[in-house]
Design a protein around this ligand. Structure first.
Ligand code: G3P
Ligand code: CA
Length: 273
């Protein structure tokens, strides 16, 4: 009798272990699923965005890529900054395109950090990190960053495999593709473009880009399938709503995700780790 009770208890504990493992898998842990973790403006939840502190933290927390938004100063230097002006992220004022590099370098970008140039970042990390760089047109709608960007990468001997360039501006991506077809490109899509997306359009994008970048709130199962059916990966970004939407994106198995906190992204992707 004692032996029978012990056997029953053993079987019960084995069953409960199995159902625990299954439940972890159901909540997001997926063996073999390893999307790109892109540190959005660095680990920008934890350190001032687009500074060496935020990039160092992203590297420490094992992001696959550091994201760099580019802006061009009045004297033509490419700096890491998202906004068209310095007001939100520094103690200075004014539009980047109307300010000199000397002035911008005198500003505090938070916690004593400085605004780095692209040259500073790339010459510091070289091929020890992967770069996910965003280009955009200037205030006059002209595309002016591409040659200098490629030149900085070349001067620093950055492997093409360590670079992804993204843009909402297709002309910018086409210019880069023409200069160097080996650079991996991502076409960012606005909400309206997603709503009007067709197979023909995705086919066209796939001639120069390997992926589309979409806002998570506009991304669903159908969009992911449509991208895949047309040979494109899909990377998703957030607007201060990463915590609400990240799990859903991982369940959709997107190929890459922007995150303000790479450690959070990995824990959300695979809560059992
Ligand atoms: O690059 C995708 C994502 O970064 C777009 O959002 O932060 O540049 O406005 P953001
Ligand atoms: Ca960006």
């Amino acid at each position: 009798m004692y032996l029978i009770i012990c056997s029953l208890l053993f079987l019960l504990s084995a069953c409960s272990f199995t159902s625990g493992a299954e439940s972890a898998a159901g909540s997001g842990a997926t063996p073999g699923y390893d999307p790109l973790i892109i540190a959005h403006r660095g680990a920008s939840d934890l350190e001032p965005e687009h500074t060496f502190a935020s990039y160092d933290r992203a590297v420490k927390d094992k992001a696959d890529y550091i994201e760099i938004d580019l802006r061009e100063t009045k004297d033509g230097e490419l700096i890491a900054m998202h906004d068209e002006d310095v007001n939100r992220t520094t103690d200075g004022e004014g539009f980047v395109g109307e300010l000199t590099l000397d002035y911008i370098e005198s500003l505090d970008a938070g916690g004593g950090q400085k605004v780095p140039t692209l040259r500073d970042i790339v010459s510091h990390y070289k091929n020890k990190v992967k770069y996910y760089i965003e280009t955009r047109s200037n205030a006059d709608g002209k595309i002016t960053m591409e040659d200098q960007l490629l030149q900085i990468l070349t001067e620093n001997k950055i492997d093409d495999d360590n670079v992804i360039i993204q843009s909402f501006d297709e002309a910018s991506l086409l210019k880069i593709h023409e200069r160097n077809p080996d650079v991996q490109l991502v076409r960012l899509l606005r909400k309206k473009e997603i709503q009007e997306l067709t197979t023909e359009r995705l086919n066209e994008i796939s001639t120069f880009a390997f992926a589309i970048g979409t806002y998570a709130g506009s991304t669903d199962k159908d969009l992911v399938s449509m991208a895949r059916d047309n040979g494109l990966d899909i990377h998703t970004y957030y607007y201060d709503d990463e915590k609400e939407l990240a799990r859903e994106m991982f369940q959709l198995k997107v190929d890459g995700t922007f995150t303000n906190n790479p450690k959070f992204a990995r824990e959300t992707m695979n809560p059992s780790k």
